[in-house]
Design a protein around this ligand. Structure first.
Ligand code: UD1
Ligand code: MG
Length: 442
C-alpha cells in the first residue's frame, strides 16, 4: 500500500446550512461530517491529513485536533476555489509521494473507494459517478477509458452538458502532478475560481497519465443544506442497520431504530421498534432492548432486559442478566449482575451490587444543588417501593428498606430500616367528614 496524505477541503462557508456551526461540524449518526471524512482517510491508510480551513474556522481545527489522526492545518486565506484550496495544502517539498483530495462534507465516502484512488499509479485519478440527475456536477470527458478533461457545468457547452459521467470531487494525485500543474491553474472561467478538476486537462495535455475510479452517487454525496444532511443521515442509518442485521442483531422494524457511528452490538441482541442509540453504547450478547428506549454512553452486559421506555444516560454500566424496566432513568450508575430496577426510578451516581432489587418509584437523591453524592447498595439488598436514598449513603448487603423510606444514614448488612410515620386509623372519619360538608352546602 502506498504511503499517502489525505488533503481534506473544508474551507467553504456552508451558508446554505443557515447555521452558526461550521458545516463540517454538523453531525451524521452522532459524529461531525469532518470526523467521518478523517476516519475514512485513516481507514484507507492515510499517514496524515492536511486539513484546509478558512482563517476563522478555529472550532473546526480544534475538533480535528481532538481526533487521533495526525493532522497538519493549512489555512486558505480566501475561498478562491478547490484548486486554490489544494494549493494551500501542498508544498513541493512534501515527503508524501501520493495524495488524495477529498471534501469534508461527503460523510458517506467509503474507505475502499478512497484507497483505490490513493493506490492508483496514474498521475491524476478522477473519482467518477453516474448520478440519476447529472444536475450541475462537473462533466468527465473521456477518450476511451481515459479522462481527458473535467468541465464544470457553468463552463460547459450543450454537448458537454449532455454527458452523464460526472466528477465526484475526490481525486488521487502524484506529488509530481501537484508540483507541476497546481501552479498552472488559472481562474479564467465562468466562476472566476481556480478549479481542481483542471488538473486533469493539464496532465492529459502534458502527456501525464490520467485514470478514473467509479463510485456510487452515495459515496460522493455532498451535504449543502439541512435537507441534504437529513438525506445523508438516512443513508448512514440504513448502512448501520444493515451492518448489525448482517451480524445477527434482530430488529422488527429496522427503519425505526437509530444508531450511532460508534455503536457496538453483539449477536442475538434484539432491538425493538423506536430505540434510539446515541454515542458510546455497547450491548452484550442476548440482551433485549425494548421499544422506545433511549441509550447514550452506556455499556450493557449479556442477557439483560432494558425498557420499554427506559432512558440510560452516560456512565451507566449494566451487568449481565440485569433488568431495567419502564420509565427508569439512570446516569453514572453501575448496576450489578441480575439486579432489577423495574419501574419508575431515578438511579444516578450509584453503585448497585448483584441481585439488588429496587422497588417502583425509588429515587437516588444525588444532588444538593452544588455537589453530586454517591449511593452504594450491597449485593442482594431490597429497596422498598417509593424510597428516597439521600446520598451520600450506603445500604449494606442483604439489607431491607421498608417502602416509602427516606434514608440518609448508612444501613448495615442484613438490617431492616423503616422510616415512614406510624399508621393511624380513625374509624368512621369519612362518613363524619362528608356529613359535615354536606350540611354546610345546603
Ligand atoms: C466540485 C467540483 C465538481 C464536482 C462536485 C462534486 C470543482 C471546481 N468542482 O464542485 O466538478 O462535480 O464538486 O460534488 O472542484 N472548498 C474549499 N475552498 C474553496 C472552495 C471549496 O475548501 O475555495 C471546499 C468546500 O468546503 C467543499 C469542497 O471544497 O467541501 C467542494 O467545494 P464546492 O464549492 O462544493 O464544489 P462544487 O461546486 O460542489
Ligand atoms: Mg459541493
Amino acid at each position: 500500500m502506498t504511503c499517502f496524505a489525505a488533503i481534506i477541503l473544508a474551507a467553504g462557508k456552508g451558508t446554505r446550512m443557515k447555521s452558526a456551526l461550521p458545516k463540517v461540524l454538523h453531525e451524521i449518526a452522532g459524529r461531525p461530517m469532518l470526523g467521518h471524512a478523517m476516519a475514512v482517510a485513516g481507514a484507507a491508510g492515510a499517514a496524515e491529513v492536511l486539513l484546509v480551513t478558512a482563517p476563522d474556522q478555529e472550532s473546526v481545527r480544534a475538533y480535528a485536533d481532538s481526533l487521533d489522526i495526525a493532522t497538519t492545518h493549512c489555512i486558505q486565506e480566501q475561498q478562491l476555489g478547490t484548486g486554490d484550496a489544494v494549493r494551500a495544502a501542498f508544498s513541493a517539498n512534501d515527503k508524501h509521494e501520493r495524495f488524495v483530495v477529498m471534501f469534508g462534507d461527503t460523510p458517506l465516502m467509503r474507505s475502499e473507494v478512497l484507497a483505490e484512488l490513493a493506490n492508483h499509479e496514474a498521475d491524476v485519478t478522477v473519482l467518477a459517478f453516474e448520478p440519476d440527475d447529472a444536475a450541475a456536477y462537473g462533466r468527465v470527458v473521456l477518450a476511451g477509458e481515459t479522462p481527458t478533461a473535467i468541465v464544470e457545468f457553468k463552463d460547459a457547452d450543450a454537448a458537454t452538458r449532455a454527458l452523464t459521467l460526472c466528477n465526484g470531487g475526490a481525486m488521487g494525485l502524484s506529488r509530481a502532478a501537484l508540483a507541476k500543474y497546481l501552479p498552472q491553474l488559472s481562474n479564467e472561467n465562468a466562476q472566476g475560481e481556480f478549479y481542481l478538476p483542471d488538473l486533469v486537462t493539464l496532465a492529459h495535455q502534458d502527456g501525464a497519465t490520467t485514470a478514473m475510479v467509479m463510485a456510487s452517487p452515495e459515496d460522493t454525496m455532498g451535504v449543502d443544506s439541512r435537507a441534504g444532511q437529513a438525506k445523508a443521515e438516512a443513508l448512514m442509518q440504513t448502512r448501520l442497520r444493515q451492518k448489525f442485521l448482517d451480524a445477527g442483531v434482530g430488529m422488527q422494524d429496522p427503519d425505526s431504530v437509530f444508531l450511532s457511528f460508534d455503536t457496538e452490538i453483539a449477536a442475538d441482541v434484539i432491538l425493538e421498534p423506536h430505540v434510539k442509540i446515541n454515542g458510546g453504547v455497547a450491548i452484550g450478547h442476548g440482551t433485549i432492548i425494548k421499544a422506545f428506549t433511549h441509550l447514550e454512553g452506556v455499556r450493557i452486559g449479556q442477557d439483560a432486559q432494558i425498557g420499554p421506555y427506559a432512558r440510560l444516560r452516560p456512565g451507566t454500566v449494566i451487568g449481565d442478566e440485569a433488568k431495567i424496566g419502564n420509565f427508569v432513568e439512570t446516569k453514572k450508575a453501575d448496576i450489578g449482575k441480575g439486579a432489577k430496577v423495574s419501574h419508575l426510578s431515578y438511579i444516578g451516581d450509584a453503585e448497585l451490587g448483584m441481585d439488588v432489587n429496587i422497588g417502583a418509584g425509588t429515587i437516588t437523591c444525588n444532588y444538593d444543588g452544588y455537589n453530586k453524592h454517591i449511593t452504594k447498595i450491597g449485593d442482594g439488598a431490597f429497596i422498598g417501593s417509593n424510597s428516597s436514598l439521600i446520598a451520600p449513603v450506603t445500604i449494606g448487603k442483604g439489607a431491607y428498606l421498608g417502602s416509602s423510606s427516606a434514608v440518609s444514614k448508612d444501613v448495615p448488612d442484613d438490617a431492616l430500616v423503616v422510616t415512614r410515620a406510624p399508621e393511624r386509623e380513625i374509624k368512621g372519619w369519612g362518613r363524619k367528614f362528608r356529613a359535615r360538608n354536606e350540611k354546610k352546602d345546603s
